[in-house]
Design a protein around this ligand. Structure first.
Ligand code: T3D
Length: 266
């Protein structure tokens, strides 16, 4: 049986590959479930210090598998319709939360089109290395849906509220170059170089101060939804957390000795 998500770990970097290329990595139940569980495992594995998420074939991920969704709508019509939407909290929300808050950096290697929840997953990552030939489509409203997978949270942070409304209310193709101008893409590279570039960035991050990176990610996430006084309290907690690491002590010593620090991620 083909694994719907490939998971490879090498040199402290986990590469998570959505693997339904014939369906443009559309999220059916199997893929969503496996992606949620694989990301949770990557988050918990102290041997993993950075994560790359990518897609196999010509797409990154086109969001919910609409063939499966249509079937679900059909078969649940007579029963409790809310069962169709349980996936939002069972799959989409935990995937996004893990991507956005796991205590290590996450790089999206956007090899092809990222639409709907696929675009949202990319936005929950720290960096998006995007193929020249790829792009984004915040497709939800085009099929009469609201928004999920944290896009109402990440998108305004990246592009501002006015542009986020435009992208969500008037969905359409946003090419790689436009994505770069908007800040949706960190870097645009030739399609053949996407995974290599993303992996090199993840490799660099994997030799950094992992606990501090996690503290920074969580502080940013907390501050996005809380007032300054609470953000300051949370920062203080995260500061003590990162400050208790050997990495911090060693880096300060290296600084005073005019040496380059090395980080062990603890
Ligand atoms: O409870 C819940 O499930 C709620 C959760 C929602 C989360 C979401 O993600 S909602 C958003 C779902 N995604 C979409 O609405 C995107 C739909 N796809 C498109 O808009 C376009 O296909 C793309 C913009 C992604 C790409 O356009 P283009 O012109 O490059 O390709 P295409 O010709 O439209 O698609 C190629 C094939 O992929 C085509 O199949 P075919 O004709 O070759 O047999 C198309 O049907 C299929 N495809 C594309 N997206 C999906 C899909 N099949 C199933 N599910 C898809 N999401």
């Amino acid at each position: 049986m083909i694994d719907a998500v490939r998971y490879d770990v090498a040199d402290g970097v986990a590469t998570v590959t959505l693997n339904r290329p014939d369906s443009l990595n559309a999220l059916d139940l199997d893929l969503k479930t496996r992606l949620r569980d694989v990301l949770a495992a990557a988050a918990d594995d102290v041997g993993v210090r950075a994560v790359v998420v990518t897609g196999s074939g010509r797409a990154f991920c086109v969001g919910q598998d609409l063939t499966e969704h249509a079937r679900n709508l059909e078969t649940t019509r007579e029963r409790d319709a809310s069962a169709v939407w349980a996936t939002v909290l069972e799959h989409y929300a935990p995937i996004t939360l893990t991507l956005a808050t796991m205590p290590k950096p996450v790089v999206a290697a956007v090899n092809g089109i990222a639409a709907g929840a696929g675009a949202a997953f990319a936005m929950a990552c720290d960096f998006r290395i995007v193929a020249e030939t790829a792009g984004f489509n915040m497709a939800f409203a085009a099929i009469g849906l609201g928004v999920d997978s944290g896009l109402s949270w990440t998108l305004p942070q990246i592009v501002g509220i006015a542009k986020a409304k435009e992208l969500l209310l008037l969905p359409g193709a946003v090419g790689a170059r436009e994505a770069l101008e908007l800040g949706l893409a960190t870097e645009v590279v030739d399609a053949t170089a996407v995974l290599r570039t993303a992996s090199a960035l993840a490799q660099r991050l994997s030799t950094g101060p992992t606990v501090a990176y996690g503290a920074i990610r969580r502080s940013l996430a907390f501050s996005a939804g809380n007032p300054l006084d609470e953000a300051l309290q949370y920062e203080a907690k995260m500061m003590a957390h990162a400050g208790a690491t050997a990495d911090h002590r060693n880096a300060v010593r290296a600084f005073t000795e005019k040496q380059q620090p090395t980080f062990e991620g603890r």
